[in-house]
Design a protein around this ligand. Sequence first.
Ligand SMILES: Nc1ncnc2c1ncn2[C@@H]1O[C@H](COP(=O)(O)OP(=O)(O)OP(=O)(O)O)[C@@H](O)[C@H]1O
Length: 112
Amino acid sequence: MKKKILGLHYAIRGIVICSKTERNMKIHLFFALTVLVYAYYRDLVLWKWALLIMTISLVLITEMINTAVESAVDLCTLDDHPLAQKAKDVAAGAVLLAALNAIIMGMVIFFI
Ligand SMILES: Nc1ncnc2c1ncn2[C@@H]1O[C@H](COP(=O)(O)OP(=O)(O)OP(=O)(O)O)[C@@H](O)[C@H]1O
């Protein structure tokens, strides 16, 4: 039980560290909060709220995984290496896909 609580503590610490240290994460959080406030005043139906929460989560989760990949790669090597480049580019690509998805979902949620 204590181990599980400790695991949760580390996970929350991961979210806090990423939010405090990563510029992109701060930008995502700012937009997420803005959209959530806007959605509150638009009085969305339940399925649109679900879609909005999933969309925002996807962006934040991919940004956190991207940060983890960048940190792990930098820990392995600070030299230029094609595999380091591949790992970072693929992780960044995942964030880009999530962001593009968020734009499309935003249009579906707020304009349809
Ligand atoms: N060790 C490396 N070897 C080869 N290419 C690298 C290496 N480190 C970074 N790169 C290239 O530079 C790009 C930017 O890497 P960087 O670590 O600066 O991340 P970033 O995209 O600036 O992220 P952030 O702004 O979140 O720090 C990578 O996507 C990759 O193409």
